[in-house]
Design a protein around this ligand. Structure first.
Ligand code: SF4
Length: 488
């Protein structure tokens, strides 16, 4: 578990950005403002997430062939995705030959219904579940709750989030936005721990003692999968707590939910991905547990649900298909200045950070239309992505698609259109610059810092230089006046 050890304690209330109801747009800026107002949480989040980025850099430096690995990983994923139909069929045939039941789910509702039926057929009441972003995407925990099943998360970070009735805020460390004192409060309310004790070891042990009996008594276990191997029909789950092994091995019934994009051709490919996954995520050489599941345990039963849920459609999209290469390492989040400062829950979505900006609009363009604007487009996400997804370029493409689709508010569209016209003409640009420079000397504060200027609501403009614009300075010090005039 990487979500809580080491976080400081505070008496500050944990920020909880509002989640908009069905049909509403997520207001990331409002969520970010709320998160930043909790200054100790904001600072702790920034530090902890940045520390993961730094550990990733240190780990990468120990692998001289890192860039070759990135190329290889990207090529394997591209090959698998461009032959996905063949590899899925091969995977299904081999999994069945291993004694696994294989199901196909077209969407989230289909996934939830299939798993529900498997549980009903087997008289299941209590389910233990290992961390899975796909199940989050399907709203599976909420579905099971409503259907009256007893669902226990076995990943500690996810368990904290479950007990606090919150979504995960990060794909690898789901409770990274919480401080130790927040966890202490959650456990004291739900697990009857000492509210005055926020020692990480005490909290972890208390949780273990409270949850272990529930795990041992479960009727079924669920996992996701990091990779599904066509050649063997087996699948690989990577965890740092061994909780997937508990979920898969303690009960006799194991159900694995696997996105169709997780298929890779050969077991040999694991050599590339396993070397990259944990180094990119946490900066550790390997996850503590890398478990290969090939079939049911003696006397047991294994089911795989292969889930599409919009992936086929994404695969057919020229600009956005390569987002399917993602191995969910979270490196792009850890490096993103917007994610680090705004906290994952402000995205109001299953997938957060740069990864979320390129996945969420394909799930619901209207609801997540603000998200692609939560980026500086600095390209750092693309630079760290182990499978070389052009993340920042896709974010930019989404902005264009959403603007053309009129999913961007009129005020933003018209001001950007006006800015585009000015920036497209050097003459207009220089004229506008001069006007703005003089105007800023005389404009009263209310004309700059008002409700219509979102930028000015959270920032102060720097003092206007008395000696003129940068162009004035450049002309004076670097160019002779005649040349500058020619350039205009
Ligand atoms: S987009 Fe790349 S960096 Fe981000 S989570 Fe996926 S694989 Fe990791």
């Amino acid at each position: 578990m990487a979500s809580d050890n080491g976080a400081n304690a505070t008496s500050e209330a944990q920020p909880r950005p509002a989640k908009p109801g069905a049909g509403k747009r997520v207001d990331h800026a409002a969520g970010a403002r709320q998160f930043l107002a909790a200054t100790e949480h904001a600072e702790s989040h920034d530090e902890r997430v940045w520390a993961m980025r730094q550990r990733r850099d240190a780990a990468v430096e120990t692998i001289p062939e890192w860039e070759e690995l990135r190329d290889l990983a990207s090529q394997i994923k591209t090959h698998a995705l461009t032959h996905l139909d063949e590899y899925l069929e091969q995977f299904e045939a081999n999994a069945k030959a291993n004694g696994i039941h294989v199901h196909w789910a077209a969407d989230a509702a289909d996934h939830n219904r299939i798993v529900h039926e498997i549980f009903q057929e087997n008289g299941v009441q209590r389910v233990i579940k290992s961390k899975s972003m796909l199940m989050e995407e399907c709203g599976f925990r909420q579905y099971m709750d409503a259907a009256g099943f007893d669902m226990i998360e076995t990943d500690l970070g996810e368990r904290i989030q479950q007990l606090d009735d919150e979504d995960p805020s990060h794909v690898v460390v789901p409770a990274v936005h919480k401080m130790r004192s927040d966890v202490s409060q959650v456990f004291s309310k739900t697990l009857d721990s000492d509210p005055g004790n926020d020692d990480a070891h005490y909290l972890t042990e208390h949780q273990r003692q409270a949850t272990r009996p529930l795990i041992l008594d479960a009727d079924a276990g669920m996992t996701g999968a990091n990779f599904a191997i066509a050649e063997t029909g087996g699948f690989v789950v990577c965890t740092n707590e061994g909780n997937a092994d508990l979920s898969a091995n303690v009960p006799n019934l194991h159900v694995a939910s696997i996105g169709i994009e997780k298929v890779v051709p050969r077991v040999e490919d694991m050599g590339v991905f396993i070397r990259m996954l944990s180094r990119s995520a946490l900066g550790s050489p390997i996850t503590q547990y890398t478990s290969h599941f090939r079939g049911p345990k003696p006397g047991g039963e294994t089911h795989i649900v292969l889930v599409d849920n919009g992936r086929s459609e994404r695969l057919g999209s020229e600009k956005f298909w390569s987002a399917l290469k993602c191995i969910r390492c979270g490196a792009c989040m850890n490096t993103c200045p917007v994610f680090r400062r705004s906290g994952g829950l402000s995205y109001g979505a299953t997938y957060t950070g740069p990864l979320g900006l390129i996945l969420d609009p394909s799930i619901d363009a209207r609801r997540y239309s603000n998200l692609p604007f939560a980026s500086t487009l600095n390209g750092s996400c693309t630079n760290v992505c182990p499978v070389k997804i052009n993340i920042h370029e896709q974010i930019f493409e989404w902005r264009k698609v959403l603007a053309e689709d009129k999913q961007v508010p009129w005020t933003k569209r018209s001001s950007l259109a006006a800015a585009g016209r000015v920036l497209a003409s050097p003459k207009s640009y220089r004229a506008a610059l001069k006007t703005a420079h003089s105007a800023l000397h005389y404009l009263p504060d209310w004309a700059i810092y008002n409700r219509l200027n979102a930028w000015g609501q959270v920032r102060d403009l720097p003092d206007v230089p008395a000696e003129g614009t940068f162009h004035d300075w450049y002309r004076k010090h670097r160019l002779n006046t005649a040349e500058a005039g020619d350039n205009e």
